[in-house]
Design a binder for this molecule. Sequence first.
Ligand code: EPZ
Length: 431
Amino acid sequence: MVSVVEELVGRRKGYRFLRVRRCDGLKGEVRVSGAKNAALPLLAASLLVERFELENFPVLLDTLYALRILELLGREVELLPGRVSVKGGISSVRIPYEISSLFRGSLLFLGGLLGAVGRAEVAHPGGCAIGSRPIDQHLKFLSHIGAEVELEGGFVKVKLPPEPKARAFTFDLITVTGTENALLTLAGLRGEFELHNAALEPEVLDLVEFLKKLGLEVEVKGRSFLVRSPGRENLKREVSHRTIPDRIEAGTFLVAGALLGEPLTVKGLEVSHLGAVLEKLREAGAEPEVLSPSEVRIRRVERPRALEVQTAPYPGFPTDMQAQFMAMLTLADGVSLIVENIFENRFQHALELARLGASVEVRGKTAIVRGVERLKGAPVNATDLRASAALVLAGLVAEGETVVGKIGHLLRGYEDLDGKLRRLGCDAELF
Ligand code: EPZ
């Protein structure tokens, strides 16, 4: 029996292209969906409880893949309009390569399984277009607490000790899913633990809020988490939660508004998660108006001012917004510098933007973007999730028509982007 989830995945996998045309008069209101990168750790955390409800759930490929993993682990998944419920037991601790290799978020089920049952066998998700994406920090944490960690046949096999061998750990570098995997693992281990040099992304802190509902005490001090768990057998059995808004989708639409807004109002966002992005939009000459803590209106700017952009861990400028800003800066009045400090290979969109007439020179981790007067539509190919968003933005402002190929990358991380653009008056068609 094909599950509802597999049917929804199949429908999305059928699309290859997104066609967009220049969209003068992009105006109206758009509501952002729940955050993909919050929903993924929460779905992994759902293994810790018998019954789980998640509202504001974004239906997109990565979250559908995550639901498929839960089904393979024995859980009963029910997708309802805007929310998902998960219940039942866990009948397996093994996540096969064919599904874990589809998205990096699969790695979070390592922590979810370890927290829930103390054992896990997860196929290494592998790298992706933006970099090798090593998992050394995830494994270093597990070894540090005394877990048996075995790498065999492309699988990471882990068995937790009944008690952690240490009560503190410091990450060598700031890692979002590394921090989340550590929190998920600690949720199942009774007692206190200190995590240092942790990631503070809103999605990490939303996971912390969820774990507190289960009965964990978590104190956040700077980049340190002081965690106290009652142990997996004493966690709450049933819990519901609401996914925070997707700050990257919100940022993507705000860039669309800075390029074309007549005006555009982005609703359902969380202004406090967008400090660095709003700051950079102001620096570029766009004047985002904060109408409320969840609503920003933005109007097109004649010509964006050239900028220097440095990506950094939250609350710095998000690496997941770098490609979208590059698309905007290709039309800036001057030369912009974009420095990608998080991933070693996250400028592949530069080559595709050049096909639309952009002038971008990549030197190591710096991209030099010389603003041009206009872009001209052309066929391009997506290389990774946020690169595909950048190409859609460029296609909306380029003269004529742009067809973005390998559009599966976009469908992994955006819910109904084409529908949202059509409702704003743009030509956008998936095929
Ligand atoms: C998360 O990836 C996000 N994914 C990414 O979003 C996001 O770009 C990234 O954080 C940075 O904000 C999810 O949350 C599912 P990292 P993650 O571990 O956790 C290196 C998107 O577009 N590193 O914070 O995999 C790593 O190579 C995606 O939605 C190690 O060296 O990123 C990178 O250079 C793309 N060893 C840096 O740290 C490790 O063990 C930050 O990576 C782990 C990471």
